[in-house]
Design a protein around this ligand. Structure first.
Ligand SMILES: [Mn+2]
Length: 336
């Protein structure tokens, strides 16, 4: 492996990984395919280098749809004690300390050195060792380069996990983060033997009845503003439960309102946990939704961001849609 450009991985991060014997891996809460693929690929790669690796993936945090990906790596969720006994914790795909998917907060592990491998523009580098690059398609693309820098042998299993991350975060190589470099990494991964149609069948063409029912709800609840710039949908707690789903099953369904021609911003309001309204924001044609999400304490990427507010769907959506309308008209004024 490795005809990629070398030297992009910070030397202190590379050396910290080399020096560590026991490594804990963690991602973000409500893990998506990039998060799970990055953790899984990293785990297998580090084990191949002789490291002891434990993974923090609290039970119930993986959606049914992505369970196949998590289950492709032989890992038992690590206990607090096992994590605390590690030499290094690597947080992947996680923009801030509060979002690290651990039993207890990161502060509960005061003597554990933390490393960050992440592609969120808002990540301030909360670790001792940080590789944060907002121009990367996915955390998986970065994990590939870390493993390459460590001269790890790329197996089909590792490549499949990492390919899932790059594919999912670029939405099948269709979003603005689809760069020549992300395609180079995908090419390297494909060379390692990824069964792309099989993987993509699991990712895109394997809805359970409940997930399909949830999509039906989200299609049914989709609305578009009179000017056509804003599209949104909702799924409240009872609708999610009635479909046979739960909070972990909310992933990329914001693609439903996003699929409408000509919109600038798409938002999905979901109440996976009662009284907590999660918002997924997506921007089209360069519309920055990160600044909008940050008005509600959220974060993410410029064209893909999220936030959570307390309240009901009706209260929160009224407030957020009003803000989004004003935000869009301000944007139009300043770019005219
Ligand atoms: Mn990601």
């Amino acid at each position: 492996m490795n005809r990629m450009e070398t030297g992009v991985v910070p030397a202190d991060l590379r050396e910290a990984i080399r020096a560590a014997r026991r490594i804990a891996l963690a991602g973000h809460v409500t893990p998506d395919a990039d998060c799970i693929g990055s953790i899984g690929g990293f785990c297998l790669g580090l084990r191949g280098l002789g490291k002891q690796v434990v993974v923090s993936m609290p039970p119930g945090s993986v959606s049914r749809k992505l369970t196949f990906l998590a289950d492709s790596v032989p890992i038992a969720p690590a206990s607090r004690e096992e994590i605390a006994a590690c030499d290094l914790l690597i947080a992947v795909d996680t923009a801030k300390a509060a979002r690290v998917n651990l039993e207890g907060k990161l502060e509960a592990y005061p003597s554990l050195p933390v490393a960050n491998v992440d592609h969120h523009a808002t990540n301030i580098g909360f670790g001792r060792y940080n590789w944060v690059d907002g121009d990367r398609s996915s955390a998986a693309e970065m994990v590939y380069e870390v493993l390459a820098a460590l001269d790890c042998r790329m197996t089909r299993e590792i490549a499949t996990l990492l390919y899932a991350g790059v594919h999912a975060d670029t939405q099948g190589f269709s979003l603005p983060n689809t760069t020549p470099r992300s395609l180079d990494v995908a090419h390297e991964l494909a060379q390692a033997g990824v069964d792309i149609p099989h993987l993509c069948e699991r990712l895109h063409r394997s809805f359970s009845k409940g997930e399909f029912e949830l999509l039906r709800v989200i299609y049914g609840n989709t609305r578009v503003s009179d000017d056509g710039a804003l599209a949104w949908s909702t799924a409240d707690f009872d609708e999610i439960r009635a479909a046979g789903c739960n909070a972990a099953d909310i992933d990329d369904q914001v693609n439903v309102p996003r699929s409408i021609e000509g919109i600038s911003i798409a938002i999905l309001f979901s109440e996976g946990n009662r009284g907590k309204i999660r918002m997924n924001f997506r921007g089209e044609r360069g519309t920055d939704v990160l600044a909008l999400a940050q008005r509600f304490g959220g974060g993410g990427h410029h064209e893909s961001a999220g936030a959570i507010l307390d309240g009901t769907i009706a209260e929160v959506s009224q407030r957020v849609l009003a803000e989004a309308r004003g935000y869009l008209s301000d944007l139009r004024r300043t770019t005219r």
